[in-house]
Write a protein that binds this ligand. Structure first.
Ligand SMILES: CC(C)(COP(=O)(O)OP(=O)(O)OC[C@H]1O[C@@H](n2cnc3c(N)ncnc32)[C@H](O)[C@@H]1OP(=O)(O)O)[C@@H](O)C(=O)NCCC(=O)NCCS
Length: 165
């Protein structure tokens, strides 16, 4: 089987990316969104990131989109402009194969090249694999916020992990 390749986001990826994100919105507490964005909405979001020159990476194997990753401003105010937040989503049948770690490495390299100095991961506290993924990449725990999310009838904590790029 061909190996996973990383390439920049293209507009034709929007349907696959929307489909990858949908089950995480509808079935998990990984994202705090509760309504699945449409393809139009996803195209707008990615368009804005692209226009800002932020890294937008697609993982592909044999022409199939397996996942995606991007860096966005951690917060919108200008003094935060050297600090990004990472987002990584793999197609559900491809988790646990080590693709996430390689995608994060690539995202860190591209974020550094784009001028970001710090990367912050904002993770639902109970998501051990995502925490582990970032720890392995050298992120350190910098904080926990309690009961800041409410989804599927329960309160959720988040953790922040940080790495200098
Ligand atoms: C999080 C995600 C990107 C990780 O990528 P991945 O390729 O699936 O990574 P892996 O499954 O290999 O797991 C990474 C590490 O977590 C460990 N892990 C997996 N499940 C675990 C669990 N329940 N408890 C503790 N560690 C766990 C793995 O063993 C691995 O560590 P190791 O290499 O030391 O063994 C991917 O699972 C994903 O897309 N998940 C859904 C979306 C998401 O959570 N995105 C992150 C938002 S920032």
């Amino acid at each position: 089987m061909p190996d996973v390749a990383f390439r920049p986001f293209a507009w034709s990826d929007v349907p696959a990316i929307t489909a990858i994100y949908r089950p995480y919105v509808e079935e998990t507490v990984i994202t705090f969104e509760t309504e699945t964005p449409s393809e139009t909405e996803m195209a707008e979001r990615f368009g804005k990131l692209k226009a800002l020159g932020h890294p937008l990476i697609v993982a592909e194997r044999a022409g199939e989109v397996l996942g995606y990753a991007y860096a966005s401003f951690y917060r919108p105010r200008a003094a935060y402009r050297f600090t990004c937040e990472d987002s990584i989503y793999l197609r559900q049948d491809t988790v646990g194969q080590g693709i996430g770690g390689r995608l994060l490495d690539e995202l860190m390299a591209q974020s550094r090249a784009a001028g970001f100095k710090q990367m912050i991961a904002v993770i639902t506290a109970e998501r051990a694999n995502s925490v582990r993924l970032h720890e392995k990449a050298g992120f350190r725990h910098v904080g926990r916020y309690e009961a800041v999310g409410y989804k599927f009838d329960r309160w959720l904590d988040i953790v922040h992990l940080q790495k200098g790029l």
